[in-house]
Design a protein around this ligand. Sequence first.
Ligand code: CA
Ligand code: CA
Ligand code: CA
Ligand code: CA
Length: 278
Amino acid sequence: MELISIDSDAEFDYIREFINSLTATSKVSVWTSGNDLGTEGEYKWMSNGRRVYSSRWHNGQPDNAGGVEDCIHLCYKQSGTGVDFWYSFGNRRRIFVDDDSNRWHKNQPNNAEKVQHYLEDVNANKDVCVETPLNIPVITTYGNKTYYFEVNNQVNWYNAYLACKKYNMELIIIDSDAEFDYIREFINSLTATNKVSVWTSGNDLGTEGEYKWMSNGRRVYSSRWHNGQPDNAGGIEDCIHLWYLNNIYLLNDSNCDNNMSFICQSIKKSCCSGQQSC
Ligand SMILES: [Ca+2]
Ligand SMILES: [Ca+2]
Ligand SMILES: [Ca+2]
Ligand SMILES: [Ca+2]
């Protein structure tokens, strides 16, 4: 499944009633997949890469309070009348990070930009059954996977994850050492003159030291780490990348805010063999 994205105010209201019915005596906070981890002030649903459009924010939210709030939750507060209790969106911190709380205001898109963003989102999220994503060159395949390697643009880990989602793909999972070796040769052939670092979906953002593939929730099992890695250097390394060091690409944990190339994967679905819809 996916951490929730809420596509409309109508869906929000439905979810709110549902939560209210389940929390009659204890109003808990509820995470959504919305966040601005990739770019401060640009809220997107992590589960599909689309922008967050909603009129259901609490007054004054999102405010990036203390410069450390990046993740959107449903938050229960007393309304202005003093009798209505209701859930609405707030945003709250994930972890303590250096941040600039003023950037939210600077990054507010104008109306023309909002329309452009909306059209981009619609075009990137057409619900069609395809074996390869829209407008993405097929670079290579291994087993039932197709890979797209973004070698020219370097972005932080969160934006890499979102970019793959937006193309109906997933930031890469490497399921075996054999697949790792295939991917390594693939990267070597494309980076003959420029050995870029490459994000995977592996991370220990959830629990320090427990590495999992973000794209499927499974644990990372690999013998392809650089010596001494992962080391959580400086206490701030949570995202796994392919790192070229000592003439070889192997895995390392690094700061998720670093900008790197990335690989998206799609998995061929057997129901997609014809033109029929899935
Ligand atoms: Ca924020
Ligand atoms: Ca807030
Ligand atoms: Ca870590
Ligand atoms: Ca490291």
